[in-house]
Design a protein around this ligand. Structure first.
Ligand SMILES: [Zn+2]
Ligand SMILES: [Zn+2]
Length: 376
């Protein structure tokens, strides 16, 4: 049996973590007994060594009681979930600050607003190559907006099948779930596994116990083993069952959760199960953004708390209204030319080429320039 001497170091946290113990006082390296015994790639994947010098960076964004993770590898980027609709500007700012104007894959794990809502912001500032979700229709404003912004790019939402794989730079992404249809929206969550060198990450959306069981039955324990687990459903007791956790055996567990949320997430029982399995837990409510960098062998974690102008508020002052819906349009952008217009302008873009902004600042922030005719 192959033993990996994978080291895990917690780099000096950049951040002012509110609860230092949870964020920055981890041991510099975990004892070898805590390292997984194999890279546990799913049957369909090969565990190719990372390309020379290439890194995989996974940034779990602090979007409060919601999920969003940006994954970059080589020149490629994938966004898994985008937080709530109110996080649209934050997500757009993060992408712009990272210098991204293209996302190779935009994934909505499932149709709930706290996952799909902010993807409109991402699709507003980035060209997507592919947009994936477990469904193409869902009765909510947030999902309709997501579909509208996807279609505005000339794309349609694709539903991947369990077992599908695609590459992201030197990393390989495998769609592990859902393995069957579910009535419960949380259980429809796309389960995405990312393998890079001998390191691996598992993204589970809000998948609950029932789907965890089905996933285990379908793939077996080895295929689920991963170094980093995005803990299901914000740390709710409905997810992260012992059998699932014992298959994954994560060294690092990231819980995306809002401070003082009304659901009581993360549940004490989940924290206790994670602690029993020896996982180092990072919570976005305590740590802010949690970034895990892999060189294919070693994982390094840094955390960065946004410096909020108001206590408790998210650090991005931009208003959540920067992505406006059609009925509150004030400025109309052209997705192709990146110019923006007044609704009264005589040279408005075609309907399917439009993007709407509530304020002039939002249009400028998104990289659009004013039309020379209407001078918005
Ligand atoms: Zn959720
Ligand atoms: Zn959900």
């Amino acid at each position: 049996m192959t033993h990996f001497s994978k080291r895990f170091k917690a780099a000096a946290a950049l951040a002012l973590c509110a609860v230092l113990a949870a964020c920055s006082s981890l041991p510099a390296s975990l004892p070898s007994s805590a390292t997984p015994e194999s890279s546990a790639a799913p049957a369909s994947s090969s565990s190719a060594p990372a390309a020379g010098g290439e890194l995989l960076t996974v940034r779990f964004l602090d979007v409060g009681q919601a999920d969003s993770a940006l994954i970059r590898c080589g020149d490629d980027a994938m966004l898994i979930d985008g937080g709530n609709a109110a996080d649209s500007s934050l997500v757009a700012s993060v992408l712009q600050n990272e210098g991204l104007d293209t996302l190779d894959v935009v994934a909505a794990t499932h149709a709930h607003e706290d996952h799909v809502g902010g993807l409109s912001g991402a699709l507003n500032v980035c060209t997507a190559q592919r947009v994936i979700a477990p469904v193409t229709q869902y009765d909510s404003q947030a999902f309709s907006d997501f579909v509208r912004y996807t279609e505005a790019q000339g794309l349609s939402v694709e539903v991947p099948a369990a077992g599908d794989t695609f590459s992201l730079g030197g990393a390989q992404v495998t769609v592990l779930g859902p393995v069957q249809e579910y009535d419960d929206t949380n259980n429809t969550s796309l389960v995405l596994r990312v393998d890079f060198g001998s390191t691996s990450f598992l993204f589970t959306g809000d998948m609950e116990r029932g789907a965890e069981e089905d996933l285990l039955a379908q793939w077996g324990e080895e295929a689920l083993r991963a170094d980093v687990l995005k803990v299901g459903h914000h740390g709710s007791d409905t997810s992260t069952s012992y059998p699932f956790l014992r298959a994954v055996m994560p060294q690092i567990a990231v819980i995306s959760v809002g401070a003082g949320n009304s659901y009581g997430h993360p549940d004490d029982a989940v924290l206790s199960r994670l602690s029993d399995e020896g996982a180092a837990v990072y919570r976005t409510d305590e740590c802010g953004d949690v970034t895990v960098v892999s060189d294919g062998e070693t994982l390094t974690v840094t955390t960065q708390k946004h410096t909020a102008p108001d206590a408790g508020a998210s650090s991005f002052p931009a208003s959540s209204a920067s992505v406006a819906s059609a009925d509150e349009e004030s400025y109309i952008g052209n997705l192709n030319s990146k110019k923006f217009h007044l609704p009264s302008c005589s040279s408005l873009p075609r309907e399917d080429n439009r993007i709407y902004f509530a304020t002039r600042d939002a249009a400028v922030e998104a990289g659009y320039t004013p039309c020379g005719l209407c001078n918005p």
